[in-house]
Ligand binder design. Structure first.
Ligand code: KG4
Ligand code: ZN
Length: 333
């Protein structure tokens, strides 16, 4: 079965075609980052309009690259939340149009579940049970996954997401939006121990807080003008990584899970990918990451989630499927 996947929840327009739930024929991602860079963050109205402009052509390009036609598609999967309501509406409307025109099922996908499905597209795939750490620009949460479709959110940030903290810190430093990848690169040359940024809430529970870290950075920068960028980036990133690693390991222990999977844009970070497995091994836990290109928003993961939802759970949605900007992951099937 060929699944068409569509992702427009934030500032990436993406279309993928997946064969049998695992084989990626094509996964096109068009990033709007340049459009939003001058504002230092995503402008929802501009994002909606750009999705509308790019999505139809991207879908035709995906079919051409995969060498398939509309008639070959068996299912259309689309992100319907959480995310920005205007951008979501563009993707959902387009997907419903395809489903109607081709007479194929429409399957709505939770963006956060889709991030986890990147682990299934990995070679070899990683299947539940596992503890999922989803770290992106909009979300940071810990989720106990007993099987695909059974999501129990057990912790997460109380304020900013980890990626959001990196992006805001980068903005303070004058780095382009999104700053995460730039901080990643600069940190490679810096000293992670140079600046003692705080590790908020490190010793308590499974919740996190990154807003305080950003405030601490504002004060530190004020008192130390001219500190070298690589050391700043390495030290700030180290604080974020240490909190993420510690909380995920604590959650894995509490729910007796021996495997942790990391997903979402920040999972592409080199320091996190390097530090986490070593620290986890000391506690007898294995850690898995998707390939970097499947960490950030993309439609292949959406198609994989839709395929599972339809073929295993027997779920599909009416053409009137409405986007939900605040769709929770906890309990979503
Ligand atoms: O999952 P994603 O593509 O979109 C959301 O659902 O938010 O994640 C985007 C976030 C941004 O905050 C971006 O700065 C961050 O992921 N990011 C990174 C890296 N690549 C993307 N952060 C650190 N290191 C990276 N290599
Ligand atoms: Zn995302």
């Amino acid at each position: 079965m060929l699944v068409l996947g569509i992702e427009t929840s934030c500032d990436e327009t993406s279309v993928a075609i997946l064969e049998d739930g695992r084989r990626i024929l094509v996964n096109l991602v068009y990033s709007q980052a340049d459009l939003h860079a001058r504002y230092g963050g995503v402008v929802p109205e501009a994002a909606s309009r750009d999705h509308l402009r790019k999505l139809p052509a991207l879908a035709l390009e995906a079919l051409a690259q995969a060498g398939v036609s509309w008639g070959d598609l068996g299912l259309v999967g689309v992100t319907y939340g959480p995310g920005l309501i205007g951008p979501l509406l563009v993707g959902v409307s387009y997907a419903a149009g395809v489903a109607l025109a081709r007479g194929i099922p429409l399957v709505g996908v939770n963006h956060l579940a889709a991030h986890l499905f990147a682990l299934r597209l990995r070679d070899p795939p990683v299947e539940p049970p596992f503890l999922g750490l989803i770290v992106s620009g909009g979300h940071t949460l810990l989720v106990a996954v007993s099987q695909w479709g059974e999501y129990r959110v057990v912790g997460g940030t109380r304020d900013d997401a980890a990626g959001e903290a990196l992006d805001k810190f980068g903005r303070l430093l004058g780095l382009p939006y999104p700053a995460g990848p730039h901080i990643d690169a600069l940190a490679q040359e810096g000293d992670p121990q140079r600046i003692p940024f705080p590790r908020p809430m490190l010793e308590s529970g499974l919740d996190m807080s990154f807003a305080g870290l950003k405030t601490a950075a504002v004060y530190w920068l004020r008192e130390h003008p001219g500190a070298p960028l690589p050391d700043l980036c390495a030290s700030f990133l180290e604080a974020v990584v240490e909190v993420l690693v510690e909380k995920a390991l604590r959650a894995a222990k509490r729910f007796q899970l021996r495997r942790i999977v990391v997903a979402g844009g920040v999972a592409a970070n080199r320091r996190l990918r390097e530090a986490f497995p070593a620290r986890a091994a000391e506690r007898g836990v294995e850690v898995f990451f998707p390939p970097p290109e499947l960490c950030t928003d993309n439609a292949a993961t959406v198609a994989a989630c839709a395929h599972h939802r339809y073929t295993v759970l027997g779920r599909s949605d009416p053409l009137s499927l409405a986007p939900d900007a605040n769709l929770p992951l906890h309990g979503w099937r």
